[in-house]
Design a protein around this ligand. Sequence first.
Ligand code: BES
Ligand code: ZN
Ligand code: ZN
Length: 502
Amino acid sequence: MTSVSLSTSAANALRADAVVVAVAKGPKGLVLAPGAETVDEAFDGKLADVLGTLGATGAEGEAVKLPAPAGVKAPLVLAVGLGEAAEDGGFDAEALRRAAGTAARTLHGSKKAAFALPSGDAASVEAVALGALLGAYAFTAFRGDEAKAAGKAPLGEISLVGGKRDKAAKAAVERATVLAEEMNRTRDLINTPPNDLFPKSFADIVTAVGKEHGLKVEVLDEKALAKGGFGGILGVGVGSARPPRLVKVAYTHPKAKQTLAFVGKGITYDSGGISLKPAGHNETMKCDMSGAAAVFAAVVSAARLGLQVNVTGWLALAENMPSGSATRPGDVLKMYGGKTVEVLNTDAEGRLVLADAIVRAGEEKPDAIVDVATLTGAMMMALGSRTFGIMANQDGFRDKVFAAATAAGEQSWPMPLPAELRKGMDSPTADIANMGERMGGGLVAGLFLQEFVTEGTPWAHLDIAGPAYHEGAAYGYIPKGGTGSAVRTLVQLAEETAAGDL
Ligand code: BES
Ligand code: ZN
Ligand code: ZN
Protein backbone atom coordinates (compact mmCIF):
# COMPACT_ATOMS: atom_id res chain seq x y z
CA MET A 1 0.00 0.00 0.00
CA THR A 2 1.14 3.52 -0.73
CA SER A 3 2.33 5.59 2.23
CA VAL A 4 2.70 9.33 2.78
CA SER A 5 5.21 11.00 5.09
CA LEU A 6 6.31 14.53 5.87
CA SER A 7 9.97 15.18 5.10
CA THR A 8 12.23 18.02 6.21
CA SER A 9 14.45 17.61 3.13
CA ALA A 10 14.49 20.24 0.45
CA ALA A 11 12.73 19.15 -2.76
CA ASN A 12 16.02 18.90 -4.67
CA ALA A 13 17.82 17.00 -1.91
CA LEU A 14 15.57 13.98 -1.44
CA ARG A 15 16.63 10.66 -2.91
CA ALA A 16 13.60 9.48 -4.92
CA ASP A 17 12.59 8.25 -8.37
CA ALA A 18 10.95 11.56 -9.18
CA VAL A 19 10.31 14.99 -7.77
CA VAL A 20 6.89 16.49 -8.45
CA VAL A 21 6.35 20.24 -8.84
CA ALA A 22 3.21 22.13 -9.75
CA VAL A 23 2.66 24.78 -12.41
CA ALA A 24 -0.27 27.08 -12.96
CA LYS A 25 -1.80 29.32 -15.58
CA GLY A 26 -0.70 32.87 -14.79
CA PRO A 27 -1.96 36.05 -16.49
CA LYS A 28 1.12 35.99 -18.73
CA GLY A 29 1.48 32.25 -19.21
CA LEU A 30 2.85 29.38 -17.19
CA VAL A 31 4.06 30.08 -13.64
CA LEU A 32 5.67 27.83 -11.03
CA ALA A 33 3.59 27.15 -7.94
CA PRO A 34 5.07 27.46 -4.43
CA GLY A 35 7.21 24.43 -3.54
CA ALA A 36 9.16 24.34 -6.79
CA GLU A 37 11.85 26.85 -5.68
CA THR A 38 14.83 24.56 -5.05
CA VAL A 39 14.15 22.56 -8.20
CA ASP A 40 13.92 25.80 -10.19
CA GLU A 41 17.30 26.88 -8.79
CA ALA A 42 18.85 23.70 -10.19
CA PHE A 43 17.46 24.80 -13.59
CA ASP A 44 19.15 28.21 -13.07
CA GLY A 45 15.69 29.73 -12.60
CA LYS A 46 14.60 28.61 -16.06
CA LEU A 47 12.23 25.75 -15.16
CA ALA A 48 9.13 27.66 -16.26
CA ASP A 49 10.76 28.50 -19.62
CA VAL A 50 11.86 24.89 -20.16
CA LEU A 51 8.36 23.60 -19.40
CA GLY A 52 6.87 26.21 -21.72
CA THR A 53 9.18 24.99 -24.48
CA LEU A 54 7.91 21.47 -23.87
CA GLY A 55 4.36 22.72 -24.40
CA ALA A 56 3.21 22.92 -20.79
CA THR A 57 0.59 25.60 -20.03
CA GLY A 58 -0.26 24.93 -16.38
CA ALA A 59 -3.72 23.62 -17.27
CA GLU A 60 -5.45 21.21 -14.91
CA GLY A 61 -4.74 17.58 -15.78
CA GLU A 62 -1.42 18.36 -17.48
CA ALA A 63 1.61 16.18 -16.61
CA VAL A 64 4.99 16.86 -18.19
CA LYS A 65 8.12 14.81 -17.44
CA LEU A 66 11.67 16.02 -17.92
CA PRO A 67 15.11 14.79 -16.87
CA ALA A 68 16.45 16.44 -13.73
CA PRO A 69 19.61 18.57 -13.94
CA ALA A 70 22.60 18.27 -11.64
CA GLY A 71 21.59 19.59 -8.24
CA VAL A 72 18.41 17.53 -8.04
CA LYS A 73 18.85 14.09 -6.44
CA ALA A 74 15.84 12.52 -8.20
CA PRO A 75 16.51 11.65 -11.86
CA LEU A 76 13.08 12.82 -13.04
CA VAL A 77 11.07 16.01 -12.63
CA LEU A 78 7.30 15.79 -13.10
CA ALA A 79 5.36 19.02 -13.49
CA VAL A 80 1.60 18.83 -12.98
CA GLY A 81 -0.91 21.56 -13.81
CA LEU A 82 -3.13 23.30 -11.24
CA GLY A 83 -5.14 25.44 -13.65
CA GLU A 84 -5.68 29.08 -12.78
CA ALA A 85 -4.89 30.36 -9.31
CA ALA A 86 -7.81 31.49 -7.15
CA GLU A 87 -8.41 35.26 -6.75
CA ASP A 88 -6.22 35.43 -3.65
CA GLY A 89 -3.39 33.78 -5.61
CA GLY A 90 -3.78 30.50 -3.71
CA PHE A 91 -5.06 27.17 -4.96
CA ASP A 92 -8.24 25.56 -3.74
CA ALA A 93 -8.14 22.13 -2.15
CA GLU A 94 -9.72 20.41 -5.14
CA ALA A 95 -7.07 21.76 -7.55
CA LEU A 96 -4.36 20.44 -5.21
CA ARG A 97 -6.06 17.05 -4.82
CA ARG A 98 -6.44 16.69 -8.58
CA ALA A 99 -2.86 17.72 -9.37
CA ALA A 100 -1.47 15.39 -6.70
CA GLY A 101 -3.71 12.62 -8.02
CA THR A 102 -2.53 13.14 -11.59
CA ALA A 103 1.09 13.04 -10.38
CA ALA A 104 0.62 9.81 -8.43
CA ARG A 105 -1.18 8.20 -11.37
CA THR A 106 1.56 9.26 -13.79
CA LEU A 107 4.13 7.67 -11.48
CA HIS A 108 2.50 4.21 -11.33
CA GLY A 109 5.29 1.64 -11.13
CA SER A 110 7.75 3.97 -9.32
CA LYS A 111 8.93 3.26 -5.78
CA LYS A 112 9.29 6.70 -4.25
CA ALA A 113 8.48 10.28 -5.16
CA ALA A 114 9.06 13.66 -3.53
CA PHE A 115 5.99 15.89 -3.81
CA ALA A 116 7.00 19.56 -3.78
CA LEU A 117 3.51 21.01 -4.15
CA PRO A 118 2.03 24.05 -2.34
CA SER A 119 1.82 23.12 1.36
CA GLY A 120 1.58 26.42 3.21
CA ASP A 121 -1.17 25.30 5.60
CA ALA A 122 -2.59 22.08 7.00
CA ALA A 123 -5.52 22.15 4.56
CA SER A 124 -3.11 22.13 1.61
CA VAL A 125 -1.07 19.33 3.15
CA GLU A 126 -4.23 17.26 3.59
CA ALA A 127 -5.37 17.96 0.03
CA VAL A 128 -2.02 16.95 -1.49
CA ALA A 129 -1.75 13.82 0.66
CA LEU A 130 -5.33 12.76 -0.05
CA GLY A 131 -5.11 13.41 -3.80
CA ALA A 132 -1.80 11.54 -4.03
CA LEU A 133 -3.01 8.48 -2.10
CA LEU A 134 -6.22 8.33 -4.13
CA GLY A 135 -4.36 8.84 -7.42
CA ALA A 136 -1.92 6.06 -6.56
CA TYR A 137 -4.79 3.57 -6.37
CA ALA A 138 -4.66 0.57 -8.67
CA PHE A 139 -6.90 -2.47 -8.67
CA THR A 140 -4.58 -5.38 -9.41
CA ALA A 141 -6.10 -8.22 -7.36
CA PHE A 142 -7.35 -10.04 -10.44
CA ARG A 143 -4.32 -9.49 -12.68
CA GLY A 144 -1.43 -11.82 -13.32
CA ASP A 145 2.02 -11.06 -11.88
CA GLU A 146 3.32 -9.96 -15.27
CA ALA A 147 0.78 -7.19 -15.53
CA LYS A 148 1.60 -6.13 -11.97
CA ALA A 149 5.28 -5.97 -12.86
CA ALA A 150 4.57 -3.99 -16.04
CA GLY A 151 4.12 -0.69 -14.24
CA LYS A 152 0.63 -1.35 -12.91
CA ALA A 153 1.71 -1.39 -9.24
CA PRO A 154 0.91 1.82 -7.37
CA LEU A 155 3.55 4.36 -6.40
CA GLY A 156 5.07 3.05 -3.15
CA GLU A 157 6.19 5.99 -1.06
CA ILE A 158 5.24 9.65 -1.15
CA SER A 159 7.35 12.22 0.72
CA LEU A 160 5.81 15.65 1.13
CA VAL A 161 8.73 18.06 1.06
CA GLY A 162 9.11 21.75 1.77
CA GLY A 163 6.33 22.12 4.34
CA LYS A 164 6.18 22.28 8.11
CA ARG A 165 6.18 19.14 10.25
CA ASP A 166 4.05 20.56 13.03
CA LYS A 167 1.12 18.99 14.84
CA ALA A 168 -1.42 20.38 12.38
CA ALA A 169 0.48 19.00 9.37
CA LYS A 170 0.79 15.59 11.01
CA ALA A 171 -2.93 15.51 11.81
CA ALA A 172 -3.67 16.49 8.21
CA VAL A 173 -1.60 13.58 6.88
CA GLU A 174 -3.30 11.23 9.34
CA ARG A 175 -6.81 12.31 8.30
CA ALA A 176 -5.89 12.09 4.60
CA THR A 177 -4.44 8.62 5.11
CA VAL A 178 -7.58 7.32 6.82
CA LEU A 179 -9.89 8.86 4.22
CA ALA A 180 -7.83 7.62 1.28
CA GLU A 181 -7.40 4.11 2.64
CA GLU A 182 -11.11 3.85 3.36
CA MET A 183 -12.08 5.28 -0.03
CA ASN A 184 -9.67 2.82 -1.62
CA ARG A 185 -11.27 0.02 0.41
CA THR A 186 -14.62 1.12 -1.05
CA ARG A 187 -13.12 1.11 -4.55
CA ASP A 188 -11.74 -2.42 -4.06
CA LEU A 189 -15.14 -3.69 -2.94
CA ILE A 190 -16.87 -2.05 -5.92
CA ASN A 191 -14.30 -3.31 -8.42
CA THR A 192 -14.32 -6.87 -7.09
CA PRO A 193 -16.24 -8.97 -9.63
CA PRO A 194 -19.67 -10.14 -8.50
CA ASN A 195 -18.70 -13.81 -8.62
CA ASP A 196 -16.28 -12.98 -5.79
CA LEU A 197 -18.26 -10.35 -3.89
CA PHE A 198 -21.77 -11.47 -2.98
CA PRO A 199 -23.85 -10.94 0.16
CA LYS A 200 -22.17 -13.59 2.32
CA SER A 201 -18.61 -12.78 1.25
CA PHE A 202 -19.28 -9.04 1.74
CA ALA A 203 -20.67 -9.74 5.23
CA ASP A 204 -17.59 -11.87 6.03
CA ILE A 205 -15.32 -8.97 5.06
CA VAL A 206 -17.27 -6.58 7.29
CA THR A 207 -17.01 -9.06 10.17
CA ALA A 208 -13.24 -9.42 9.75
CA VAL A 209 -12.49 -5.72 9.25
CA GLY A 210 -14.93 -4.76 12.00
CA LYS A 211 -13.02 -6.96 14.44
CA GLU A 212 -9.76 -5.27 13.46
CA HIS A 213 -11.21 -1.86 14.36
CA GLY A 214 -13.21 -2.77 17.46
CA LEU A 215 -16.60 -2.46 15.76
CA LYS A 216 -19.69 -4.43 16.71
CA VAL A 217 -20.90 -6.43 13.73
CA GLU A 218 -24.19 -8.33 13.53
CA VAL A 219 -25.14 -10.32 10.44
CA LEU A 220 -28.68 -11.46 9.72
CA ASP A 221 -28.62 -14.41 7.30
CA GLU A 222 -31.59 -15.52 5.20
CA LYS A 223 -33.08 -17.52 8.06
CA ALA A 224 -32.84 -14.61 10.49
CA LEU A 225 -34.22 -12.26 7.83
CA ALA A 226 -37.23 -14.55 7.33
CA LYS A 227 -37.78 -14.80 11.08
CA GLY A 228 -37.57 -11.02 11.41
CA GLY A 229 -39.95 -10.35 8.52
CA PHE A 230 -37.53 -8.52 6.22
CA GLY A 231 -39.70 -9.00 3.12
CA GLY A 232 -37.94 -6.36 1.02
CA ILE A 233 -34.41 -7.73 1.33
CA LEU A 234 -35.67 -11.32 1.01
CA GLY A 235 -37.89 -10.51 -1.98
CA VAL A 236 -34.97 -9.02 -3.89
CA GLY A 237 -32.55 -11.82 -2.96
CA VAL A 238 -34.87 -14.76 -3.45
CA GLY A 239 -34.04 -15.23 -7.14
CA SER A 240 -30.34 -15.68 -6.46
CA ALA A 241 -28.43 -18.81 -5.49
CA ARG A 242 -26.53 -16.54 -3.10
CA PRO A 243 -28.89 -15.51 -0.28
CA PRO A 244 -29.12 -11.96 1.09
CA ARG A 245 -27.79 -10.47 4.33
CA LEU A 246 -28.49 -7.46 6.52
CA VAL A 247 -25.32 -6.32 8.24
CA LYS A 248 -25.20 -3.92 11.17
CA VAL A 249 -21.77 -2.46 11.86
CA ALA A 250 -21.54 -0.11 14.81
CA TYR A 251 -18.92 2.26 16.13
CA THR A 252 -19.53 3.76 19.55
CA HIS A 253 -17.60 6.37 21.50
CA PRO A 254 -18.01 6.46 25.30
CA LYS A 255 -18.42 10.26 25.26
CA ALA A 256 -20.71 10.40 22.24
CA LYS A 257 -23.77 12.61 22.57
CA GLN A 258 -25.39 11.69 19.26
CA THR A 259 -25.90 8.71 16.99
CA LEU A 260 -25.94 8.69 13.22
CA ALA A 261 -27.41 5.84 11.18
CA PHE A 262 -25.98 5.30 7.70
CA VAL A 263 -27.87 2.93 5.42
CA GLY A 264 -26.30 1.55 2.23
CA LYS A 265 -27.75 -0.14 -0.85
CA GLY A 266 -25.73 -3.29 -1.31
CA ILE A 267 -26.91 -5.03 -4.47
CA THR A 268 -23.80 -7.06 -5.26
CA TYR A 269 -25.12 -7.51 -8.79
CA ASP A 270 -28.18 -5.93 -10.38
CA SER A 271 -29.32 -7.92 -13.40
CA GLY A 272 -32.74 -6.29 -13.10
CA GLY A 273 -34.28 -9.61 -12.05
CA ILE A 274 -37.33 -10.77 -14.05
CA SER A 275 -37.50 -7.19 -15.41
CA LEU A 276 -34.11 -8.05 -16.88
CA LYS A 277 -31.83 -5.24 -17.95
CA PRO A 278 -30.95 -5.30 -21.66
CA ALA A 279 -27.34 -5.78 -22.81
CA GLY A 280 -25.53 -2.48 -22.51
CA HIS A 281 -27.08 -1.79 -19.11
CA ASN A 282 -25.75 -4.60 -16.98
CA GLU A 283 -21.99 -4.64 -17.62
CA THR A 284 -21.22 -2.26 -14.75
CA MET A 285 -23.89 -3.48 -12.34
CA LYS A 286 -21.36 -4.93 -9.93
CA CYS A 287 -21.21 -1.29 -8.80
CA ASP A 288 -24.71 -1.48 -7.32
CA MET A 289 -23.30 -2.10 -3.82
CA SER A 290 -21.39 1.20 -3.82
CA GLY A 291 -23.70 2.70 -1.20
CA ALA A 292 -23.13 -0.17 1.24
CA ALA A 293 -19.37 -0.02 0.63
CA ALA A 294 -19.34 3.74 1.30
CA VAL A 295 -21.34 3.31 4.51
CA PHE A 296 -19.00 0.55 5.70
CA ALA A 297 -15.92 2.66 4.95
CA ALA A 298 -17.43 5.67 6.74
CA VAL A 299 -18.03 3.66 9.92
CA VAL A 300 -14.46 2.33 9.83
CA SER A 301 -13.19 5.89 9.22
CA ALA A 302 -15.12 7.21 12.23
CA ALA A 303 -13.50 4.50 14.36
CA ARG A 304 -9.98 5.12 13.02
CA LEU A 305 -10.36 8.86 13.59
CA GLY A 306 -11.78 8.24 17.07
CA LEU A 307 -14.71 10.60 16.46
CA GLN A 308 -16.87 11.47 19.48
CA VAL A 309 -20.09 10.24 17.92
CA ASN A 310 -21.84 6.89 17.53
CA VAL A 311 -22.13 5.73 13.94
CA THR A 312 -24.18 2.71 12.94
CA GLY A 313 -23.96 1.32 9.42
CA TRP A 314 -26.74 -0.81 7.95
CA LEU A 315 -25.76 -2.72 4.82
CA ALA A 316 -28.68 -4.19 2.88
CA LEU A 317 -26.99 -6.90 0.80
CA ALA A 318 -28.67 -8.93 -1.94
CA GLU A 319 -28.06 -10.16 -5.47
CA ASN A 320 -30.86 -9.29 -7.92
CA MET A 321 -31.21 -12.23 -10.30
CA PRO A 322 -33.92 -13.75 -12.51
CA SER A 323 -34.77 -17.38 -11.86
CA GLY A 324 -37.66 -19.75 -11.16
CA SER A 325 -37.68 -18.57 -7.56
CA ALA A 326 -37.34 -14.85 -8.31
CA THR A 327 -39.90 -12.23 -7.35
CA ARG A 328 -42.27 -11.49 -10.26
CA PRO A 329 -43.64 -8.15 -11.37
CA GLY A 330 -47.07 -8.26 -9.70
CA ASP A 331 -45.89 -9.93 -6.49
CA VAL A 332 -46.62 -8.20 -3.19
CA LEU A 333 -43.93 -8.10 -0.51
CA LYS A 334 -44.54 -7.57 3.17
CA MET A 335 -41.79 -5.28 4.31
CA TYR A 336 -40.08 -5.06 7.71
CA GLY A 337 -42.46 -3.04 9.86
CA GLY A 338 -45.56 -4.37 8.07
CA LYS A 339 -46.15 -2.15 5.01
CA THR A 340 -46.91 -4.01 1.78
CA VAL A 341 -45.35 -3.22 -1.59
CA GLU A 342 -46.53 -4.28 -5.03
CA VAL A 343 -43.44 -4.97 -7.11
CA LEU A 344 -44.22 -3.64 -10.58
CA ASN A 345 -40.62 -3.69 -11.78
CA THR A 346 -38.05 -5.99 -10.25
CA ASP A 347 -35.30 -3.65 -11.45
CA ALA A 348 -36.46 -1.06 -8.91
CA GLU A 349 -34.95 -3.30 -6.22
CA GLY A 350 -32.73 -0.85 -4.37
CA ARG A 351 -35.65 0.93 -2.71
CA LEU A 352 -36.98 -2.45 -1.52
CA VAL A 353 -33.84 -3.49 0.34
CA LEU A 354 -33.32 0.06 1.62
CA ALA A 355 -36.89 0.32 2.93
CA ASP A 356 -36.35 -2.67 5.26
CA ALA A 357 -33.01 -1.31 6.43
CA ILE A 358 -34.36 2.23 6.98
CA VAL A 359 -37.23 0.93 9.13
CA ARG A 360 -34.78 -1.22 11.12
CA ALA A 361 -32.37 1.69 11.54
CA GLY A 362 -35.23 3.93 12.69
CA GLU A 363 -36.16 1.50 15.48
CA GLU A 364 -32.97 2.44 17.28
CA LYS A 365 -33.99 6.11 17.30
CA PRO A 366 -30.85 7.65 15.81
CA ASP A 367 -30.50 11.45 15.67
CA ALA A 368 -30.43 11.27 11.88
CA ILE A 369 -30.51 8.72 9.07
CA VAL A 370 -28.56 9.08 5.83
CA ASP A 371 -28.92 6.48 3.11
CA VAL A 372 -26.55 6.10 0.17
CA ALA A 373 -27.53 4.28 -3.01
CA THR A 374 -26.85 3.85 -6.71
CA LEU A 375 -30.60 4.13 -6.95
CA THR A 376 -31.77 5.49 -10.30
CA GLY A 377 -30.67 6.04 -13.88
CA ALA A 378 -32.96 9.07 -13.70
CA MET A 379 -30.60 10.81 -11.26
CA MET A 380 -27.78 10.37 -13.79
CA MET A 381 -30.03 11.87 -16.46
CA ALA A 382 -30.66 14.85 -14.20
CA LEU A 383 -27.17 15.51 -12.81
CA GLY A 384 -24.70 13.73 -15.08
CA SER A 385 -22.11 11.25 -13.98
CA ARG A 386 -20.06 13.28 -11.51
CA THR A 387 -22.71 14.75 -9.19
CA PHE A 388 -24.92 12.98 -6.67
CA GLY A 389 -28.40 14.14 -5.71
CA ILE A 390 -29.43 14.89 -2.13
CA MET A 391 -33.05 14.54 -1.01
CA ALA A 392 -34.36 14.84 2.54
CA ASN A 393 -37.50 15.04 4.67
CA GLN A 394 -36.41 18.40 6.17
CA ASP A 395 -35.02 21.27 4.08
CA GLY A 396 -32.66 22.28 6.87
CA PHE A 397 -31.14 18.82 7.10
CA ARG A 398 -30.78 18.62 3.31
CA ASP A 399 -28.90 21.94 3.39
CA LYS A 400 -26.58 20.62 6.12
CA VAL A 401 -25.80 17.48 4.14
CA PHE A 402 -25.20 19.55 1.00
CA ALA A 403 -22.86 21.86 2.92
CA ALA A 404 -21.01 18.85 4.37
CA ALA A 405 -20.57 17.31 0.91
CA THR A 406 -19.25 20.58 -0.46
CA ALA A 407 -16.86 21.05 2.44
CA ALA A 408 -15.65 17.48 1.93
CA GLY A 409 -14.88 18.19 -1.74
CA GLU A 410 -17.68 16.10 -3.25
CA GLN A 411 -19.90 17.37 -6.07
CA SER A 412 -23.59 17.11 -5.18
CA TRP A 413 -26.86 18.99 -5.61
CA PRO A 414 -30.03 19.36 -3.50
CA MET A 415 -33.12 17.82 -5.10
CA PRO A 416 -36.79 18.20 -4.08
CA LEU A 417 -39.33 15.55 -3.05
CA PRO A 418 -42.47 16.94 -4.75
CA ALA A 419 -45.54 15.58 -2.92
CA GLU A 420 -47.59 15.24 -6.12
CA LEU A 421 -45.32 12.46 -7.37
CA ARG A 422 -46.42 10.19 -4.51
CA LYS A 423 -49.80 9.28 -6.01
CA GLY A 424 -48.12 7.69 -9.04
CA MET A 425 -47.07 4.91 -6.66
CA ASP A 426 -50.62 4.17 -5.49
CA SER A 427 -51.30 0.46 -5.89
CA PRO A 428 -54.73 -1.18 -6.30
CA THR A 429 -53.44 -4.17 -4.33
CA ALA A 430 -50.85 -3.07 -1.79
CA ASP A 431 -49.98 -0.04 0.38
CA ILE A 432 -47.63 1.27 -2.28
CA ALA A 433 -46.04 0.18 -5.58
CA ASN A 434 -42.29 0.21 -6.14
CA MET A 435 -42.64 2.33 -9.27
CA GLY A 436 -44.38 5.55 -10.17
CA GLU A 437 -44.18 8.17 -12.90
CA ARG A 438 -41.19 7.89 -15.19
CA MET A 439 -40.55 11.64 -15.20
CA GLY A 440 -38.60 12.62 -12.10
CA GLY A 441 -37.75 8.96 -11.45
CA GLY A 442 -34.98 9.84 -9.00
CA LEU A 443 -37.39 11.90 -6.90
CA VAL A 444 -40.07 9.18 -7.09
CA ALA A 445 -37.53 6.75 -5.62
CA GLY A 446 -36.77 9.27 -2.86
CA LEU A 447 -40.49 9.64 -2.08
CA PHE A 448 -40.79 5.85 -1.86
CA LEU A 449 -37.97 5.70 0.70
CA GLN A 450 -39.46 8.58 2.70
CA GLU A 451 -42.52 6.40 3.40
CA PHE A 452 -40.31 4.16 5.53
CA VAL A 453 -38.66 6.85 7.63
CA THR A 454 -39.84 7.20 11.23
CA GLU A 455 -41.81 10.46 11.64
CA GLY A 456 -39.66 13.20 13.09
CA THR A 457 -36.28 11.62 12.37
CA PRO A 458 -34.15 13.79 10.08
CA TRP A 459 -33.36 11.70 6.99
CA ALA A 460 -31.39 12.34 3.83
CA HIS A 461 -30.99 10.22 0.73
CA LEU A 462 -27.90 10.39 -1.48
CA ASP A 463 -28.46 8.99 -4.98
CA ILE A 464 -24.89 8.30 -6.16
CA ALA A 465 -25.84 6.40 -9.37
CA GLY A 466 -23.76 8.90 -11.39
CA PRO A 467 -20.49 9.34 -9.51
CA ALA A 468 -20.15 5.90 -7.84
CA TYR A 469 -18.56 4.28 -10.88
CA HIS A 470 -16.38 6.05 -13.43
CA GLU A 471 -16.51 4.58 -16.93
CA GLY A 472 -14.31 7.08 -18.76
CA ALA A 473 -10.55 7.59 -18.63
CA ALA A 474 -8.98 8.28 -15.25
CA TYR A 475 -8.58 11.96 -14.33
CA GLY A 476 -7.13 13.73 -11.29
CA TYR A 477 -7.52 11.35 -8.36
CA ILE A 478 -10.46 9.47 -9.94
CA PRO A 479 -9.59 6.11 -11.49
CA LYS A 480 -11.64 4.04 -13.89
CA GLY A 481 -14.22 1.97 -11.97
CA GLY A 482 -15.28 2.45 -8.35
CA THR A 483 -14.61 5.97 -7.05
CA GLY A 484 -15.44 5.94 -3.33
CA SER A 485 -18.25 8.47 -3.79
CA ALA A 486 -20.02 9.63 -0.58
CA VAL A 487 -17.39 8.36 1.86
CA ARG A 488 -15.97 11.83 2.48
CA THR A 489 -19.44 13.34 2.86
CA LEU A 490 -20.45 10.75 5.47
CA VAL A 491 -17.20 11.21 7.41
CA GLN A 492 -17.63 15.00 7.28
CA LEU A 493 -21.17 14.60 8.66
CA ALA A 494 -19.88 12.38 11.45
CA GLU A 495 -17.17 14.93 12.30
CA GLU A 496 -19.65 17.79 12.33
CA THR A 497 -22.01 15.77 14.52
CA ALA A 498 -19.15 14.97 16.90
CA ALA A 499 -18.41 18.70 17.11
CA GLY A 500 -22.07 19.34 17.95
CA ASP A 501 -22.75 21.16 14.68
CA LEU A 502 -25.38 18.90 13.18
N1 BES B 1 -29.09 0.04 -10.03
C1 BES B 1 -30.05 0.69 -10.85
C2 BES B 1 -29.76 2.18 -11.04
C3 BES B 1 -28.48 2.52 -11.75
C4 BES B 1 -28.48 2.75 -13.11
C5 BES B 1 -27.30 2.68 -11.05
C6 BES B 1 -27.31 3.09 -13.76
C7 BES B 1 -26.12 3.02 -11.69
C8 BES B 1 -26.14 3.22 -13.05
C9 BES B 1 -31.44 0.57 -10.23
O1 BES B 1 -31.68 -0.57 -9.48
C10 BES B 1 -32.44 0.56 -11.35
O2 BES B 1 -32.36 -0.30 -12.18
N2 BES B 1 -33.35 1.53 -11.34
C11 BES B 1 -34.34 1.65 -12.34
C12 BES B 1 -35.63 2.04 -11.67
C13 BES B 1 -36.85 1.98 -12.56
C14 BES B 1 -37.11 0.54 -12.97
C15 BES B 1 -38.04 2.55 -11.83
C16 BES B 1 -33.90 2.74 -13.32
O3 BES B 1 -33.28 3.72 -12.89
O4 BES B 1 -34.13 2.58 -14.51
ZN1 ZN C 1 -32.27 -2.26 -10.62
ZN1 ZN D 1 -29.97 -1.39 -8.56
